[in-house]
Ligand binder design. Structure first.
Ligand SMILES: Nc1nc2c(ncn2[C@@H]2O[C@H](COP(=O)(O)OP(=O)(O)O)[C@@H](O)[C@H]2O)c(=O)[nH]1
Ligand SMILES: [Mg+2]
Length: 190
């Protein structure tokens, strides 16, 4: 196995959308089961994922979603390889905040760093409810020009694995495209 530096991935989005459950479930390789809600200040997890038969390590930074803490959050953004910008499919405010708050904040600090939008808690969708649809998610992603979109649930490790495979693939893809002109896309805060 060749040695490569771990990727830095920062997870943002409104509080209660499921960011911490996703990070903890995938780091511990244990799907989420109902547990008491624990607010996060800032926490990191090391996770591993195999892409194209190679092992990648990712340091995942789980941030606090509280509005007044933007200054604190943005200190975590430096040298980020990819952002995961989360909403919950059962919370429309968290969905609209992706476009009105989170993406503008990420672009302000890190204009060239890739962003993948995640529709969380997809286990809650059923034929009888009218939660935010996958098509609405895709339309949002087109408007904000994010690099990727996927719906997931912390109740299924395979759905979380798909998130981190997409993350690594996005970073590798952009790295290989940018290496020709030697421009860095990871976040530098000046
Ligand atoms: N149904 C469902 N509930 C979830 C899922 N992930 C988290 N939750 C619930 O959402 C609450 C908030 O999750 P948490 O990860 O702490 O959200 P955060 O504030 O974004 O970090 C948890 O206590 C769970 O009850 C999920 O994938 N499916
Ligand atoms: Mg949290």
């Amino acid at each position: 196995m060749d040695k490569r530096a771990p990727l830095k991935v920062v997870v943002v989005g409104d509080g209660m959308v499921g960011k911490s459950c996703m990070c903890k479930s995938f780091a511990n390789k244990e799907p989420y089961r109902n547990k008491a809600y624990q607010p996060t200040i800032s926490e990191t997890h090391v996770i591993s994922v195999i892409v194209e038969w190679k092992l990648f390590l990712i340091i995942v930074w789980d941030t606090a979603g509280i509005e007044e803490w933007e200054k604190l959050r943005s200190q975590d953004y430096e040298n980020t390889d990819c952002f995961l910008c989360c909403y919950s499919i059962e919370n429309r405010t968290s969905f609209t905040n992706v476009e009105s708050k989170w993406i503008p904040e990420l672009r302000r600090y890190c204009p060239t760093t890739p962003v993948i939008v995640l529709g969380m808690k997809k286990d809650l969708r059923s034929p009888s409810n009218s939660l935010i649809s996958e098509d609405e998610g895709r339309a949002l992603v087109g408007r904000v020009r994010a690099q990727g979109f996927i719906e997931c649930t912390s109740r299924s490790l395979s759905s979380l694995e798909a998130v981190f495979i997409m993350t690594v693939s996005t970073v590798l893809d952009i790295k290989s495209r940018k290496s020709s002109n030697r421009k860095s896309f990871s976040c530098k805060i000046l």
